[in-house]
Design a protein around this ligand. Structure first.
Ligand SMILES: NC(=O)c1ccc[n+]([C@@H]2O[C@H](COP(=O)([O-])OP(=O)(O)OC[C@H]3O[C@@H](n4cnc5c(N)ncnc54)[C@H](O)[C@@H]3O)[C@@H](O)[C@H]2O)c1
Length: 363
């Protein structure tokens, strides 16, 4: 089991490994009541080991209970938040008690948000069960729910008390969800500080794709190391540093909307990374070797490098990208360059169109 620290105030541990969930009991020990927020599918697959540990920690059934939410982006809503807070209240959850979010990014975001607002904030322990949540969503305290008007529009910063990422849980993840996480892993590998991630991918590609829990633990830890460092230096997204984690995401969000979510987030991020690398090259921020390396890494991970069967013009893509939340009017990208990843506002249109063509948009 690997232990990393996210050095915010107060600092918290991220415990990563094959079997890391056995630590949940000890982490919940000091709490009188513990509520686990999860989804039916996860309990069907993975409940067995977890309540046993926790029941011991909380004096049996009385102090421990489950609240289940629906699957899918629609469950990340204010109505689920209300449902959770009412379940917390009727179960007698108080200020000093604990919420455990056991699930992917959906569970983590909505349970984290409910914990942030219930009693003006109760402790939340993130126990992520998808690769995406283990390398990204569960770390850093961003919680949010969606409105019909847009994703993640209502939220709060609420750092967890700990994160427990058990990589053996990833064996049951549907292939598409696993690939989704690999898109974020690729992002870390291709960041200037991503050498450790990149070398694990190079050395252990087959065990990664076979979901070897030990190798995945090393991979997740290398990604979390990068995110933890960025979060510690910019915990509430004030310096712009944390925005560099959006590498590849400006076009990705536009593609997800244009494809009406038939393109998985991780696939969209992969294509967004190729676009960003090509745009950086077109702007002479980096040489040809950068886009080449991006494409090779993504191909190794089995991720797409251009869009197929998506009828999207360059104009439409730019309009969608200008709605990105990083944008302050116009279009904003996170691009590599000699000083690492940087925010770049409104680059020349020809460079953008050329980069869009390189991923099959408007070609
Ligand atoms: N807070 C943040 O910083 C942050 C960062 C990135 C993404 N997110 C959010 O995360 C969400 C996406 O999260 P996600 O990709 O984890 O999706 P998800 O939570 O919907 O999980 C994907 C699917 O896999 C199932 N599942 C989860 N773990 C499983 C397991 N071990 N075995 C089998 N099935 C399992 C879930 O029930 C679900 O059907 C988005 O809403 C996104 O906005 C948040």
């Amino acid at each position: 089991v690997r232990r990393l620290t996210v050095a915010v105030d107060p600092p918290y541990e991220v415990i990563i490994g094959d079997g890391a969930r056995s630590e949940l009991g000890a982490l919940a020990e000091d709490y009188r009541r513990v509520v686990i927020v999860s989804q039916q599918r996860l309990l069907d697959l993975h409940a067995a080991a977890i309540p046993v540990d926790l029941a011991r920690a909380t004096d049996g059934d009385e102090g421990l209970w489950f609240v289940l939410i629906d699957d899918g982006e629609g469950a990340k809503s204010l109505s689920t938040t209300e449902y959770l807070c009412r379940a917390f209240a009727s179960g007698g959850l108080l200020r000093d008690d604990l919420v455990i979010a056991f699930g992917g990014g959906i569970v983590g975001d909505v349970a984290g948000f409910a914990a942030a607002v219930y009693h003006r904030g109760v402790a939340v322990l993130q126990a992520p069960t998808t690769l995406l949540a283990q390398v990204d969503a569960a770390i850093g305290g961003k919680t949010a729910v969606n409105l019909p008007e847009g994703k993640n529009l209502v939220g709060a910063f609420h750092q967890p008390t700990a994160v427990v990422a058990d990589t053996s849980l990833l064996s049951t993840l549907p292939d598409r969800e696993f690939r989704c996480g690999l898109g974020e892993v690729a992002k870390y590998a291709l960041m200037p500080e991503g050498d450790a991630v990149a070398s694990i991918i190079e050395r252990d590609l087959d065990p990664i794709l076979a979901r070897d829990a030990e190798v995945l633990a090393a991979l997740v830890a290398a990604c979390v190391d990068i995110k933890a460092d960025v979060v510690a230096r910019d915990p509430e997204e004030q310096t712009g540093l944390r925005a560099t984690l959006n590498y590849g995401h400006t076009l990705a969000h536009a593609l997800e909307i244009a494809a009406e979510h038939s393109l998985a987030h991780g696939e969209a991020v992969a294509i967004g990374l190729v676009f960003a690398a090509n745009l950086a090259r077109n702007l002479e921020r980096v040489g040809d070797e950068v886009p080449t390396r991006v494409v090779t890494t993504l191909e190794n991970l089995g991720l797409p490098t251009s869009v197929s069967r998506l009828d999207l013009s360059a104009d439409e893509a730019v309009t969608l990208m200008s709605r990105d939340k990083k944008s302050k009017g116009g279009v904003t990208f996170v691009l590599p360059g000699s000083r690492g990843l940087e925010r770049v506002d409104n680059p020349p249109r020809a460079a953008v169109e050329h980069a869009l063509e390189s991923v099959g948009v408007g070609a």
